[in-house]
Ligand binder design. Structure first.
Ligand SMILES: Nc1ncnc2c1ncn2[C@@H]1O[C@H](COP(=O)(O)OP(=O)(O)O)[C@@H](O)[C@H]1O
Ligand SMILES: [Mg+2]
Length: 276
């Protein structure tokens, strides 16, 4: 493996460049967008659950995906990483046509599912080894060791996944979706039901990854997490209601003092418009 490939692996904390030195490539047009899709749509049983969604996410940024349950967040993410075929929409993820280059895309995207998707009756290490084999990674023992180290899982590597608390399960799930050194992370409610300390540690990891140039789209119901994102996308009834930085959104939404106000106001308006 070459040095440049090696550097994509989980590095030691001390080797990280200072914050802000990595990230968005200097104004190279399409390369600066990790996600650039238009008109994303999907219906289930004749009902549109993702309705003409346009989404642009700059490389190396953390974008929060906010919206009530059933608004189409998971469905959108599954289409973006090539797991679900859209009915409509065109565009690119990581420079790849997200509809026609699904296989290549899957190799470069890390998707953390909303529900814990690993094997409860395998240990932490066994789960990671299994995922490493799925991705046909070379030098698997080293890759798994580095992931254990990076996520602070080493001391528990023999523990069965089923016996872990929510926070540890989530760490393991993050380690698993980082194994193949993806450039784009799609994290679907990764911290639901996780205690505040574990949530904070998780976000420290996410910030560090973004600092290394990895792009993150993360759905959450927690407003303190939304505040940690560079930009927010609000979605309801399968439609994007607003997209901007925290400051822009608070400015745009009348009377809003924080992101929770923005959420309540936008979702309220959407309810009036689409529920009628
Ligand atoms: N495979 C499926 N078959 C039928 N309906 C689905 C399927 N997946 C999701 N849905 C429906 O699509 C809507 C959006 O779901 P989802 O994308 O999971 O929303 P969110 O992640 O925002 O909670 C919901 O009404 C859900 O019941
Ligand atoms: Mg969901």
């Amino acid at each position: 493996m070459s040095d440049s490939e090696r550097s994509a692996g989980p590095p030691q904390a001390s080797s990280h460049p200072p914050e802000g030195s990595a990230g968005v490539p200097a104004g190279r047009g399409a390369d600066a967008l990790a996600i650039d899709v238009k008109g994303l749509s999907k219906s289930f049983n004749g009902r549109k659950v993702v309705d003409n969604v346009d989404l642009q996410v700059r490389t190396g940024t953390i974008v929060g995906f906010l919206g009530p349950n059933g608004s189409g967040k998971t469905t959108s993410m599954r289409m973006l990483c090539g797991l679900l075929t859209p009915d409509g929409g065109e565009g690119r993820c990581l420079g790849l046509d997200f509809r026609r280059q699904q296989l290549e895309l899957k190799r470069q995207v890390g998707y953390m599912t909303q529900k814990f998707g690993l094997y409860e009756d395998l240990s932490i290490r066994e789960n990671l080894e299994f995922v490493a084999r799925l991705f046909e990674l070379e030098d698997r023992a080293r890759v798994v060791d580095e992931a254990l180290e990076r996520l602070g899982l080493k001391t528990r590597e023999k523990q069965l996944a089923g016996s872990l608390s929510g926070g540890w399960k989530q760490r393991l799930a993050l380690a698993a979706c980082l194994l193949h050194t993806p450039k784009l992370l799609l994290l679907d409610e990764p911290t639901a039901g996780v205690d505040p300390k574990a949530r904070r540690e998780f976000w420290d990891q996410i910030k560090q990854l973004a600092g290394e140039g990895i792009t993150v789209l993360v759905s959450t119901h927690y407003m303190d997490e939304a505040e940690r994102c560079d930009e927010l996308v609000y979605i309801a009834y399968g439609k994007v209601l607003a997209h901007g930085t925290q400051e822009e959104l608070i400015e745009q939404v009348k009377g809003a003092k924080n992101l929770e106000d923005v959420f309540v106001e936008l979702i309220g308006q959407a309810k009036d418009n689409f529920d009628a």
